[in-house]
Design a binder for this molecule. Structure first.
Ligand code: DAH
Length: 345
């Protein structure tokens, strides 16, 4: 037999093979096609012995080329199908980490609590301790030990809320945080460096500037050789930490538990004393009171005023978030409790 028929069969086999390979849509189909192609080439190979000896090498060559062509096409197709299968598997396993889940809105601290904590932080940084005391007080701690004797006119300035308990007018909602000074000196020996933030109560009708429940912070230092200079320096450092570049102002005043006493003010942090709405065009903002601990207070708690000296100051906390956030009314800050409003701060 001549070489021709087998050479033609080889090239037919390649044509069929290339089509089958191109048509294979997955790796299994490709493997099946390759098996059929191999079978066909093997069949051709078996026929070679019936070709005339001189022509056998021509058939062998044609067969080799055909096989190589088919193998190259199959390899290329396998590469493609593997890539597609890999991509499909990845797509199936994909986990979208950016998907947005159910949203929880996180709350935040009330503006008063934020300032309360900030004040504590500043004083802790100066080495002070933070103390608390009861909101329901007795007359001794709220007034008498603070040198407000019964009938003293300074008592009348604090519109006291008495509680119906025990002796008449002996139990009350504390009108200031100063009674915590007494409790502290009764419970531990000096030196004392402490701040006492807390809730305080007075019989006021709520309006933009008054609230029957409000917040104060008290400071007490008792040590040997404490002077008015220590008081003024401490307040100045503290005001700068709270408001930035400001000055403290001390105006002579009277409080029964300090001698001398002063009103405590700060230069307006919003207009640098040039006058604005916040400071009512005065350049200053009044915050509270201060002074040197009165010897009568030391006597009330059994401390020797010859040995110990100290200073105290106290002021309202609520004023600070009002000023900072330009909130007009104490009512809005403390009473309305409107989350839509408070959320901003
Ligand atoms: N307790 C005073 C008040 O509520 C404020 C005050 C003034 C506190 C002078 C002090 C102080 O510690 O030394 O009006």
């Amino acid at each position: 037999m001549s070489a021709r028929p087998l050479i033609d069969r080889s090239s037919d086999a390649v044509g069929t093979a290339l089509r089958a390979i191109a048509d294979a849509t997955d790796l299994d189909a490709l493997r099946a096609a390759e098996r059929r192609i191999d079978d066909e080439f093997a069949a051709i190979k078996r026929e070679i012995k019936s070709v005339d000896a001189a022509d056998r090498s021509a058939v062998g060559q044609a067969l080799g080329t055909a096989q190589a062509q088919a193998r190259a096409a199959a390899d290329a197709r396998r590469g493609e199908l593997e890539a597609t299968a890999g991509a499909a598997r990845l797509a199936g396993e994909r986990l979208d980490l950016t998907a947005v889940g159910a949203e929880y809105r996180r709350g935040h601290l009330h503006p008063v609590t934020q300032v309360w904590r900030e004040l504590e932080d500043i004083f802790c940084g100066l080495g002070y301790e933070v103390h608390g005391g009861p909101e329901v007080e007795d007359d001794w701690h709220n007034f008498e030990a603070l040198n407000f004797p019964p009938g003293h006119p300074a008592r009348a300035m604090q519109d006291t809320l008495y509680v119906n308990l025990g002796e008449p007018e002996q139990v009350l909602l504390r009108t200031h945080t100063s009674p915590v000074q007494i409790r502290l000196m009764e419970s531990q020996p000096p030196p004392i460096y402490a701040v006492m933030p807390g809730r305080t109560f007075r019989r006021d009708t709520p309006d933009a500037r008054h609230s029957p429940v409000f917040h104060q912070i008290e400071c007490l230092v008792v040590d040997r050789g404490i002077t008015m200079g220590d008081l003024m320096g401490t307040i100045e450092v503290f005001f700068r930490a709270l408001f930035g570049d400001v000055e403290a102002r001390f105006l002579p005043s009277f409080f029964p538990f300090t001698e001398p006493s002063a009103e405590l003010g700060v230069s307006c942090p919003f207009c640098s004393r040039s006058g604005c709405r916040t400071c009512s065009h005065t350049g200053w903002i009044e915050l509270g009171g201060c002074g040197m601990v009165d010897p009568n207070v030391f006597a009330a708690v059994g401390l020797d005023a010859e040995e110990w000296s100290g200073f105290a100051f106290g002021f309202g906390i609520d004023r600070i978030p009002l000023l900072r956030n330009e909130i007009d009314s104490l009512q809005t800050l403390l009473w309305d409790n409107d989350v839509r409003f408070l959320r901003q701060f």
